[in-house]
Ligand binder design. Structure first.
Ligand code: ATR
Length: 306
């Protein structure tokens, strides 16, 4: 059965993309599924702010495109032909897109994933702004970014890999990667071993004893997305002074964050990361400074309306 039948009006399928004619400078997000993405309202809010300061942004548009993995190559070719300026990629396209790029930003190459496409003339450049988003969200929430911190990353999927690369890029003091499946945590550590001075893979159970006091603990697992999920670690046994960051923003408070709050640790959810990765993507496309505030408010409104 096709998933296109019940799509909201402003989500385009591959068929709709084939008939799509941009009216101005066109941007968008591509995912499978994509209908729940709050990137369109977030970027439209920022474009509105930009266009009040400069009329050149008044015809910029941002839409959502729902493409299956096997249709990504055709989709990217259509974006290129139709003169799109930029595309955000979300699940499951961030890795699949790599062979389609003409050029990849070094940080994105380290992450092995791209969330931002920039069509520069006929050339296609790939960037990853998720790490920048994490760095800025942590700075905003806790007053200091990743630099010099002891960091524990929970999970060993794509989100974890990007976080590890960013922690290295930002010169974290130490990095532990914890995962249910230890081999996958070890694979991330091994893949970044050249730059990773102090890093190791541990089990979830080992986290409380292995974490240094004052560590930043980042949940990069999907645990917490579903209603009855437990916290990935026992927060009650963590040492003093930890800071808890969850990449999940919906629900706003996962069991991991809830337990942290009860213990009196500073906590923050993934909304800041979503906003700041969006800020950076839009800065790449516009070459202008973008304010996070309008984007955050648009996200909060979109989430509240669900
Ligand atoms: P993403 O690309 O968003 O990082 P992913 O690659 O599917 O998503 O990774 C999901 C992460 O959540 C993995 O670290 C996974 O652990 P495993 O590698 O052991 O599968 C973790 N995860 C998902 N469900 C989990 C559960 N029930 N308990 C513990 N960890 C879980």
């Amino acid at each position: 059965m096709s998933m296109s039948e019940n799509l909201p009006d402003d989500v385009f399928t591959l068929d709709a993309l084939r008939d799509f004619t941009p009216v101005g400078v066109q941007l968008g997000v591509v995912g499978w599924p994509v209908r729940h993405s709050i990137s369109p309202p977030m970027h439209r809010a920022a474009l509105k702010v930009l266009s009040t300061a400069s009329p050149r942004f008044s015809d910029w548009r941002y839409d959502a495109f729902e493409l299956q993995p096997e249709d990504l190559a055709e989709g990217v070719e259509l974006f290129r032909k139709k003169g799109f300026r930029g595309i955000n990629l979300t699940v499951p396209h961030k890795v699949e897109v790599l062979p389609l790029l003409d050029e990849i930003d070094p940080v994105a190459a380290k992450m092995g994933a791209v969330n931002t496409l920039f069509f520069k003339g006929s050339r296609l450049e790939g960037y990853n702004t998720d790490g920048y988003g994490l760095e800025n969200a942590v700075k905003e929430a806790f007053g200091q970014g990743l630099t010099g911190r002891d960091i524990v990353i929970l999970g060993a999927g794509g989100a974890s890999r990007a976080a590890v690369a960013q922690c290295i890029h930002s010169s974290a003091k130490s990095i532990l990667v914890a995962n249910r499946t230890l081999d996958k945590a070890q694979a991330i550590i091994d893949s970044q071993a050249d730059e990773l001075g102090r890093g190791s893979a541990i089990s979830m159970e080992e986290v409380p004893a292995a974490a240094a006091p004052g560590s930043l603990i980042i949940n990069a697992t999907s645990l917490g997305l579903s209603q009855n999920d437990p916290s990935p670690i026992s927060v009650d046994e963590l040492p003093e002074g930890c800071l808890l960051y969850d990449m999940i923003y919906n629900p706003a408070r996962t069991p991991f964050l809830e337990a942290g709050l009860l213990r009196g640790y500073p906590i923050a959810n993934g909304l800041g990361m979503l906003v700041h990765q969006g800020v950076r993507s839009l800065e790449i496309w516009t070459d202008e400074k973008v304010s996070a505030q309008a984007m955050r408010i648009a996200c909060e409104q979109a989430l509240a309306a669900r």
